[in-house]
Design a protein around this ligand. Structure first.
Ligand SMILES: [Zn+2]
Length: 148
């Protein structure tokens, strides 16, 4: 069954790493369907920070293979299984990040691009928390623009 899926993918387009991607999905508890493999291949081939629309355009570059709803659902699934990180820039812009390790971001407003910042480059002060709470993560986005 799996072998046939890989075969179909290989015939459908130039993807040398489809078995690596299938393995990666399975390691994260995700069943590697054809569409998930296509989206996965695109993601790990793309820039590190991408929006769903960018993934959508790239996956469907030569012909329409995957619907918008499937792209959105699959990216959400990947994120919920720890394969991607979601970075919320504002209410209208959600960026998916293939770097899932803890890090912060610089957001270049003029270019609409994210850049990684190492954790130790940003000093964060955690306020006193209620005794029943613990820190799950700290994500800092520093928004920058070109000086005019
Ligand atoms: Zn990042």
């Amino acid at each position: 069954m799996l072998y046939n899926q890989f075969l179909t993918i290989r015939l459908a387009g130039p993807m040398d790493t489809s078995s690596d991607i299938a393995q990666k999905l399975e390691q994260h508890g995700i069943k590697p369907t054809r569409q998930r493999l296509l989206i996965g291949a695109c993601l790990f081939d793309c820039d590190q920070h991408v929006t769903a629309d960018e993934v959508m355009l790239r996956v469907n570059q030569s012909k329409k293979l995957v619907s918008k709803a499937t792209v959105y659902n699959t990216l959400g699934l990947f994120a919920s299984h720890g394969l991607l990180k979601e970075v919320v820039i504002d209410t209208s812009k959600l960026v998916y990040d293939t770097n899932v390790s803890a890090h912060h971001h610089l957001y270049h407003i003029d270019r609409g691009e994210l850049e990684d910042i190492n954790l130790d480059q940003v000093v964060t002060q955690i306020p006193d928390l209620q005794s029943d709470l613990e820190v799950d993560g700290v994500d800092v986005i520093i928004r920058v623009r070109q000086k005019s």
